[in-house]
Design a protein around this ligand. Structure first.
Ligand SMILES: *Cc1c(COP(=O)(O)O)cnc(C)c1O
Length: 643
């Protein structure tokens, strides 16, 4: 894995870590070996050094781990998507317009939604909500009357009332009917209130997306109306004198669509439904193609689950062209196009910076293995293998023998045949042999499969100050790959192989899937830790879903956040606009119904009692009381840098 090159350069680092392959033009390896951020791809005047960001975070006294948000990256993604639609519409002489919406479920953070709305205002870019709480949010935030508010998800009466309130206030609210009974409730509520709704229908598509979310399409999809139900809906509205309220056709075949062919098929099917409805006398105004625009997390530009085989421009061109082609054939007007890309808007803008707080290695400790009188034959045998390593002809045989001795030794220990010391010697000798084997097979052409796994068993585990369950839920839940790279020292050769483990007490709390040298590897090449220099790694593309899906496993709560804006006149090209404190111990305990004031008072009583009985002097008592209280107030993650 780690190649022994004559002189390591950042070109080697780029080859290994592929930062520009998954970086979307925003992330690069700088000449100084640090990760750099260019919030406007192509404009090198604004270039933010992640090391400078780390230094400023430290100066501000903010503890790691932190989520760093680059607001300009977020704005740039909103602009790029809207410009891509404008360009394709012009290129293909499409007669309709584009009115995209951002689905807030992807990242509901107020600062994120506000930034998206602001950056999207010139394009009348709107918002999408999928639940009552989200509707309540977008009602307050999407104040641009030129943009759409699309309402998906299952709805109750209150939901309908809130939507109609928006309509009354002059906003373009579209209530998308997900199941037939919702239609009846909507019509009834609208009549009661005397407010005319704008109605959409979500179609259950026969096309399935490819990838992890393919279940969002097909007959068993959870959402949407069948063709029969869509026809029934249109007829019902007509009979109620509301046929003209049916204005939008919606479909969404899944998130992270990996294959462009699924997109083309869905557009084709959707366009046909639109055209037929039109010809039946229901002239819909909008076709909403849903979300699904994928992110190239592993940088492979392929149909692997963590990638996609197309670019944003190609996706947009296929949507616009596909719709135009069908409409022209059917001689119906080109509808206004709506899309609900979420992941593609927010994924790049945030990353998690965390510090490595330690190294765990199965072969790090050694004991004296010299011969002792009366020692067990297993010890003698494995020592013989170690001492005569160079005379062994078959690496495989050597591996088998050493492994067998080690396994048998454990059994023998349990049967009280081997002493603890003897078992320790065997373990030490075993790992010495494995290290020699690893070196040896680097120079041979054919390496048996079992021996290939040696790299993994001999790799270190770097202990990372964060929780996978809070900050990278999808890596654990659905094996989503997220890029992880060191943030500094990229101009040095990474000579240590590691996997990353988090600080939760859960063996699933680890990351062992990395995109390395154009492939997926279970180990990440990193640099040896130095005693007096913190080592930082970045977990990238966390802005979509990861930021907001995390749970409180082990009571590690939300991360602190640093909001960064570019600023060309600043020597470092940025400033920290806002710092949002992460969860304190009190915050997370309160969620679990604890009363931390009462807890502090109980502990104080215990300490007081101890002082009264002479077990502690009063000054000490006060110090411990204050200490307990300050910990309740502190961050849930490890405090690093203390000696
Ligand atoms: C989740 C969702 C989206 C967003 O999908 P992305 O893949 O993040 O673009 C859009 N529309 C609907 C209906 C959704 O459920």
């Amino acid at each position: 894995m780690v190649t022994q090159s004559a002189k390591w350069t950042i070109a080697d680092a780029e080859r290994v870590y592929g930062v520009s392959r998954w970086g979307g033009g925003y992330f690069h390896i700088g000449e100084n070996g640090h990760v750099h951020v260019t919030p406007e791809p192509g404009n090198d005047n604004i270039r933010i050094d992640m090391k400078a960001v780390i230094d400023e975070i430290k100066q501000e006294g903010i503890q790691f781990p932190v989520v760093v948000r680059f607001h300009d990256v977020l704005r740039n993604q909103v602009e790029t998507l809207n410009k891509a639609f404008r360009k394709s519409i012009e290129d293909f002489k499409y007669q309709g317009q584009y009115r995209g919406v951002y689905p807030v479920k992807v990242n509901q953070m107020r600062e994120v939604v506000e930034e998206v709305v602001d950056a999207g205002t010139p394009y009348n870019y709107g918002l999408e909500a999928g639940s009552k709480a989200e509707l309540i949010t977008v009602l307050a935030l999407n104040t641009n009357v030129g943009s759409l508010t699309i309402l998906n998800g299952y709805k109750d009466k209150e939901f309908m009332q809130l939507a109609l309130l928006g309509t009354k206030l002059g906003r373009k609210m579209v209530v998308v009917v997900e199941k037939y009974s919702e239609l009846l409730l909507l019509v009834k509520t609208a009549k009661e209130l005397g407010i005319e709704p704008t109605i959409g229908v979500r179609s259950k598509m026969t096309v399935k997306g490819r990838g992890k979310w393919e279940g969002s399409g097909g007959d068993r999809a959870k959402f949407g109306l069948t063709i029969t139900e869509i026809i029934k809906t249109a007829r019902y509205l007509e009979s109620e004198g509301m046929g003209h309220c049916l204005k939008l056709l919606h479909f969404h075949i899944g998130s992270q669509l990996t294959d462009i062919r699924a997109v083309k098929e869905a557009i084709n099917e959707g366009a046909r439904i639109y055209a037929e409805l039109h010809k039946m006398g229901f002239p819909l105004e909008y076709v909403d193609v849903g979300g699904g625009l994928g992110i190239d997390y592993d940088g492979s530009n392929s149909t692997s689950d963590s990638s996609r085989n197309y670019s944003m421009d190609e996706y947009v061109a296929d949507v616009v062209y596909g719709m135009k082609e069908v409409c022209d054939l059917e001689a119906v007007p080109h509808p206004t196009l709506v899309s609900e890309s979420g992941r593609a808007i927010t994924a790049h803008h945030s990353c998690v910076i965390t510090e490595i707080v330690g190294e765990i290695r199965s072969n790090s400790a050694e004991i004296d293995t010299s011969e002792k009188d009366g020692e067990h034959i297993f010890v003698k045998n494995i020592r013989y293998l170690a001492d005569h390593f160079d005379e062994q002809t078959s690496l495989q045989e050597l591996f088998n023998d050493a492994s067998e001795y080690k396994e048998k030794a454990v059994d023998a220990f349990k049967l009280r045949v081997l002493s603890l010391e003897e078992l320790g010697k065997i373990e030490t000798l075993y790992w010495q042999i494995m290290v020699k084997l690893q070196h040896k097979y680097r120079s041979v052409d054919f390496v048996p499969e079992q021996l290939q796994e040696l790299d993994y068993s001999l790799s270190s585990q770097y202990l990372c100050n964060f929780s996978v369950f809070q900050s990278a839920a999808d890596t654990w839940a659905i094996d989503q790959l997220l890029p992880v790279v060191p943030l500094t020292r990229m101009n040095e050769e990474p000579t240590v192989n590691c996997s990353l483990v988090d600080i939760t007490c859960d063996s699933d709390g680890k990351i062992d899937q990395f995109t390395i040298e154009r492939g997926i590897s279970d180990i990440l090449p990193v640099h040896p830790l130095k005693p007096d220099e913190p080592y930082y790694v970045g977990l990238f593309l966390t802005g979509a879903y990861q930021d907001v899906m995390g749970d409180m496993h082990n009571l590690f709560g939300r991360l602190s956040e640093v909001h960064i804006f570019s600023y060309d006149d600043d020597p470092e090209d940025f400033y920290i606009e806002e710092f949002v404190r992460g969860s304190s111990v009190t915050d997370v305990l309160s969620v679990m119904q604890y009363n931390t004031k009462a807890m502090a008072s109980d502990v104080k009583k215990l300490i007081d009692k101890h002082v009264a009985s002479g077990g502690m002097n009063p000054r000490e008592g006060v110090r411990w009381t204050d200490f307990y209280e300050s910990c309740l107030d502190g961050y849930t993650y490890l405090k690093t840098g203390e000696k």
